[in-house]
Design a protein around this ligand. Structure first.
Ligand SMILES: *Cc1c(COP(=O)(O)O)cnc(C)c1O
Length: 396
């Protein structure tokens, strides 16, 4: 890096002391400053690189192992998560989840939130059915229960999986207490940081071993790519995850990664706007005559409020809403909206809504009438008018 590159200001020995996340999202992963150098990393479409003789470590060789387009994004996300290593970009969030679960030794027990991302639970159950690992589900907000499950009566878990806030119930975990307790008995801690983003919390700085992202959501932010990423501070863990990507071939296309880095540049702007709108909508919905319950950690009465205020920067941009009138009323709300997009996924610039139990695989403890709202960056008054109108029409 050139000497005047602001991203080289931090001492490499101390990656946790650095520029603010909002700044890093803009400046990290740029080409070195030199006369006529491009400001953005080039999108390189090449499956192989000119190479002869014994390749030096880290040398670009073949595009399943690494590409310069990946490296720019990986550098930026690594800096944002305050990792000692660059992130490892993979083909989807689920590819990242699968790579992290592959760290569990044969027959090892994994403790997961009962309201983790539903496909994570589907995969964990499938691995359990094949005898690859054992699965135990917990309420991740109940720290004592989680740590009791991790200790497991003298037979400790191999891995604690944490999502906080959870998808879609928005439960908030006491991450520092869980990391400390799990490490006491030698369990690895993997954190799916998709909902919070590195702007909200940086689990590696709390001692977590692995961080997983669905880059598809807030990081890329425009609902135009499916992508995932993994991070680890430990050299050996990072090398194992890198090797897993290379041997399993769960790689990302260069164009998707280039788009994800473009999206990442505006992460702080998008997330701060979406979070502010989410908190305002949550407060208004909590007073709405058609609404039975609202879940958002910003609400003073929310079970996760105190913890999120203490542990996270911001309360996130996803809400849970249960209208009066049950499942059919919830479906009518979705059908009555004109601005909010009825769609799965979250974290895009456009606001989306869905009733989660429309999926047979969603946890049975998620209420059938729960609507998950992902707040985008539209004008909040436009979002409110649309929502208020659909609620009043659906619930009479
Ligand atoms: C969407 C999501 C995933 C899966 O990511 P994909 O990119 O869809 O494969 C994993 N975890 C959470 C919390 C998610 O929201």
């Amino acid at each position: 890096m050139a000497p005047d590159d602001p991203t080289s200001a931090a001492s490499p020995a101390d990656p946790h002391e650095d520029l603010s996340p909002a700044t890093l999202a803009v400046v990290a992963g740029r080409p070195a400053r030199a006369q006529q150098a491009p400001v953005n990393p080039p999108l390189v479409l090449s499956s192989t690189y000119v190479s002869q003789g014994v390749p030096a470590p880290g040398e670009l060789l073949y595009a399943r192992q690494g590409t310069e387009t990946w490296r720019a994004f990986e550098e930026a996300l690594g800096r944002l998560e305050r990792s000692r290593h660059p992130a490892l970009v993979v083909g989807s969030g689920m590819a990242a989840v699968a790579a992290a679960l592959a760290l569990v030794p044969p027959g090892g027990r994994v403790v997961l939130p009962r309201h983790a991302y539903q496909v994570t639970l589907v995969l964990a159950r499938e691995l359990a059915e094949r005898g690859v690992l054992e699965v135990e589900l917990v309420d991740v907000a109940d720290t004592d229960a989680v740590l009791a499950a991790v200790r497991g009566d003298g037979r400790p878990a191999a891995m604690l999986w944490v999502e906080s806030p959870t998808n879609p119930m928005l439960e908030v975990a006491d991450l520092p207490a869980l990391v400390a307790g799990a490490h006491e008995v030698g369990a690895l801690v993997a954190v799916d940081n998709t909902f919070s983003t590195p702007l909200g919390q940086r689990p590696l700085t709390l001692g977590a071993d692995v961080v997983v992202h669905s880059v598809t959501k807030f990081l890329a932010g425009h609902s135009d790519v499916v992508l995932g990423a993994l991070l680890a501070d430990d050299d050996a863990l990072h090398a194992r995850l890198h090797a897993h990507r290379t041997t399993h071939g769960s790689i990302a296309g260069p164009f998707e990664v280039w788009l994800a880095l473009r999206g990442l540049r505006t992460l702080a702007l998008r997330v701060s706007r979406a979070q502010a709108s989410a908190a305002l909508l949550a407060a208004r919905l909590a007073e709405h005559p058609a609404v039975a319950e609202v879940r958002h950690p910003s609400l003073p009465g929310d079970p996760g409020h105190e913890r999120a205020g203490r542990l996270m920067d911001g309360y996130g941009a996803v809400l849970g809403v249960r209208p009066h009138g049950g499942e059919s009323a919830a479906d009518a709300v979705v059908a009555g909206l004109r601005l909010w997009v009825p769609a799965t996924s979250l974290g895009g610039v456009e606001s989306t809504i869905e009733r989660r139990r429309r999926f047979a695989t969603e946890s049975a403890t998620v209420p059938t009438d729960l609507l998950r709202l992902s707040v985008g960056i539209e004008d909040v008054e436009d979002l409110w008018r649309d929502l208020d109108g659909a609620l009043r029409a659906a619930v009479r």
